[in-house]
Design a protein around this ligand. Structure first.
Ligand SMILES: CC/C=C\C/C=C\C/C=C\C/C=C\C/C=C\CCCC(=O)SCCNC(=O)CCNC(=O)[C@H](O)C(C)(C)COP(=O)(O)OP(=O)(O)OC[C@H]1O[C@@H](n2cnc3c(N)ncnc32)[C@H](O)[C@@H]1OP(=O)(O)O
Ligand SMILES: Cc1cc2nc3c(=O)[nH]c(=O)nc-3n(C[C@H](O)[C@H](O)[C@H](O)COP(=O)(O)OP(=O)(O)OC[C@H]3O[C@@H](n4cnc5c(N)ncnc54)[C@H](O)[C@@H]3O)c2cc1C
Length: 642
């Protein structure tokens, strides 16, 4: 199963080897539990381990393999981030995709050797989503052949970029490029921020940390201001766009090609989210198979809480989602790598499809991951609320994904633009022009769903039902939009008035893609036992998801009430079938105790001993009487007794 999850036997084996090596290297372990550290201590601890990793990485992993690097990061540095998180996730990808060959030769080897630390500075205090209204300017000075970076007012301060505050000395900075008083829109520039020897900010740069956040606090998200700060013309990233010495602007082959670093993260973060969901579920499911509370049959002893149907219903559909996200994520990364290769050689024809797909997936996956992690936390009762479970930290990190790389509502609306264009093709009889991901919009569906009507139809009728509801909602939202415009509404106003319906269409389309990715994967599996276990999980997935969106299929009578009863019964049937495999389905992800960082979810299952040991090690327990008591509470009580 691990091979299915991680993509191949080799990958699963390599993960085990890497975990085993790390287990033997105490210098790479947390020196004490992270929840007992201050933010400063965590940052220090992370930098310590990061430095050792830079020295020893080659002994543990193949540093050119992103999957091995990601696993190493998760084990050693953990999901709360590290001082170079953005260096690998955005700075290097931005340089790789947007710098010219000559620029790459100058900067990439230095970045890869970690001679310099970089980040991606785009968002500002006043604008994150609306890139067209960023305020930082890069004005070309023809006389010196330099760009002058400037922050005209407080709202133009860069705000949020990870590791910008304290760790990075370089950044890819996005600024509006102005040449001879003409604004060419946002463009990426390579900018040195700090002196390479002293790490002091360079003159003209104001920089710092934005303060503690809901989670992800090892990362020093930062602010940055420029006071007429000059950089050479050749620091504009020039793979696709060029500015010649005389100020001539050569435009890129696609207007949004400079957005590629964002698409990179959107494509890769899906498996990151799946891992966080599976981690939280692993903790909760292990704990639920140890925790005994109450009886189902009063004549019998207390049961493991995992025996309760409500507990299974809380956890198992999310187990199915974690697998589904992992499979959909793997497909998306493949597509991304393909499009990136094409893009580098000038073929931009697939960019719109990739953008639409990743926008939808990013939104649905992060939202459902957050839901699943929070349910996992509540499924642990009181102990889920303790940092000993570590689930609240996992939640805090994962939920950030709903916001970063494009706020979810906004990204769903990006997919909706693509769906509305596709709907227009269908309506004008040009269905043959539809891309493969939306081809179903042009296919006539049966008048009613055939779920429960055709024996041994596998998952086909489920997929058709998802296709039907997604198509119907897309066409309905598009009709509403076109209708408002026909009535004379301005395009943007009409769009806003339909945006809730449009986003519903985007979610349904994305959920269809996820279901199809799961079905595709199960169909490919040769090992009969693995296929059987995953088929059970897929049954739960399609029935649970369909029940969740049933109102869309009921409103036009595509599904009947009796079919809905059948679907509901299937959910209960598969909850029971999955119960014996539940812990194994999560243990198959092979997270080590070091990586999970959860006292509650340790592999040994000694929950109570581990919790008591952990509580005793709390810094508050170093002394029996705290100074807060001697200084305040004791005098208060004494005064009251007088
Ligand atoms: C194995 C694993 C290995 C590695 C793991 C890797 C990753 C780990 C996983 C997790 C990451 C962990 C930690 C990272 C933590 C944090 C990182 C966070 C970093 C950031 O947040 S960076 C800042 C991100 N900011 C945003 O995302 C801003 C969002 N806004 C936008 O993207 C845009 O403003 C917009 C798209 C909403 C609108 O842009 P616009 O105004 O310029 O365009 P229009 O709306 O007018 O659209 C015009 C047209 O363009 C099309 N379009 C838009 N974008 C693209 C694109 N990217 N590609 C192609 N086409 C695009 C759009 O569809 C329109 O087309 P149409 O035909 O006219 O409809
Ligand atoms: C943990 C974390 C890490 C980050 N790291 C980085 C980084 O490394 N580099 C970087 O540059 N940035 C980074 N960011 C910033 C992040 O990319 C932005 O916060 C994000 O893109 C959302 O933009 P915003 O904050 O402007 O939200 P806003 O756009 O102000 O969103 C507020 C609300 O307005 C709504 N809204 C906005 N526009 C529209 C619209 N057109 N239609 C409908 N509704 C709309 C949204 O849906 C939302 O409900 C990070 C953020 C976080 C939380």
């Amino acid at each position: 199963m691990a091979a299915q999850i991680w993509g191949s036997e080799k990958r699963a084996r390599r993960r085990r080897e890497i975990s085993a090596k790390i287990a033997q290297m105490p210098e790479l372990h947390d020196s004490k539990p992270l929840p007992f550290m201050t933010r400063e201590e965590k940052i220090m601890e992370s930098a310590r381990k990061l430095t050792i990793l830079t020295e020893k990485m080659g002994q543990i992993i193949d540093p050119t393999d992103p999957a091995e690097l990601y696993h190493l990061n998760n084990e050693v540095l953990g999901l709360e981030g590290n001082p170079m998180a953005l260096h690998g996730v955005m700075f290097i990808p931005a340089l790789s995709a947007q710098a010219s060959d000559e620029q790459q030769a100058k900067w990439l080897p230095r970045a890869l050797r970690r001679e310099i630390i970089g980040t991606y500075a785009q968002t500002e205090l006043g604008h994150g989503t609306n890139l067209q209204n960023l305020e930082t300017t890069a004005t070309y000075d023809l006389a010196t052949q330099e760009f002058v970076l400037h922050t005209p007012q407080i709202t133009a301060l860069k705000w949020w970029p990870g590791n910008l505050g304290k760790s990075s000395n370089y950044a890819v900075v996005v600024a509006h490029m102005i040449i001879k008083a003409k604004n060419y829109g946002p463009h990426p520039f390579m900018v040195q921020l700090r002196d390479e020897k002293t790490h002091e900010p360079l003159p003209g740069i104001t920089i710092g940390d934005i303060g503690p956040k809901m989670a992800y606090n090892i990362v020093d998200n930062g602010f940055l201001g420029f006071n007429k700060y000059r950089i050479p013309r050749t620091n504009l990233l020039m793979r696709h766009t060029k500015v010649e010495a005389d100020g001539t602007y050569i435009k890129p082959p696609h207007a949004k090609i400079n957005y590629s670093a964002m698409v990179h993260v959107r494509a890769y973060m899906l498996t990151g989210q799946a891992i966080m969901l599976a981690s939280a579920l692993n903790i909760a499911t292990r704990y639920s198979s140890v925790r005994r509370q109450g009886q189902i049959d009063k004549s019998q002893p207390e049961v493991k809480v995992l025996e309760y149907q409500t507990q299974q219903h809380r956890l198992f559909p999310s187990i199915a989602r974690a697998y589904a996200f992992q499979f959909a994520g793997a497909e998306t990364v493949k597509l991304y790598e393909h499009v990136l290769k094409e893009m580098k050689s000038g073929n931009v024809s697939l960019m719109a499809d990739l953008h639409a797909l990743t926008s939808g997936l990013k939104s649905v996956v992060t939202y459902q991951t957050g839901e699943g992690i929070e349910q996992a936390r509540m499924a642990c009762g009181g102990h889920g609320y303790s940092m000993a479970s570590y689930i609240s930290e996992i939640y805090g990190v994962a939920i950030g994904g709903c916001t970063y790389e494009g706020e979810n509502m906004v990204m769903l609306l990006q997919l909706a633009r693509y769906l509305v264009k596709s709907a227009a093709l269908v309506k004008s009889g040009q269905s043959s022009k539809l891309g493969p991901l939306v081809a179903y919009l042009g296919v006539k569906s049966e008048p009613t769903s055939l779920i429960d009507r055709i024996p041994n139809s596998g998952f086909t009728e489920y997929v058709k039902t998802f296709q039907h509801v997604s198509k119907r909602q897309t066409l309905k939202a598009a009709d509403m939009f076109f209708g408002l415009m026909e009535k004379g509404e301005k395009r943007e106003i009409a769009w806003n008035k339909c945006s809730v319906e449009l986003n519903r269409a985007s979610r349904l389309h994305t959920r269809l893609f996820i279901v199809e990715a799961f079905v595709r994967r199960v169909n490919e599996i040769a090992d009969i036992r693995i296929k059987e276990a995953l088929t059970d999980l897929l049954h739960l997935h399609v029935n649970y998801e369909l029940l969740d969106i049933a109102s869309y299929a009921l409103e036009d009578g595509f599904l009947s009430a009796s079919q809905l009863d059948y679907i509901r019964d299937q959910v209960y049937l598969y909850l029971g079938k999955i119960r014996p495999n539940a812990v194994s389905l999560l243990d198959s992800w092979e997270f080590s105790d070091i990586e999970l960082r959860s006292v509650l979810g340790r592999r040994d299952g000694n929950v109570y001993e581990n919790l008591f040991k952990w509580a005793k090690s709390s810094p508050l327990n170093k002394t029996d009487v705290l100074s807060s008591v001697t200084q305040y509470l004791k005098p208060m009580m004494e005064k009251a007794r007088l």
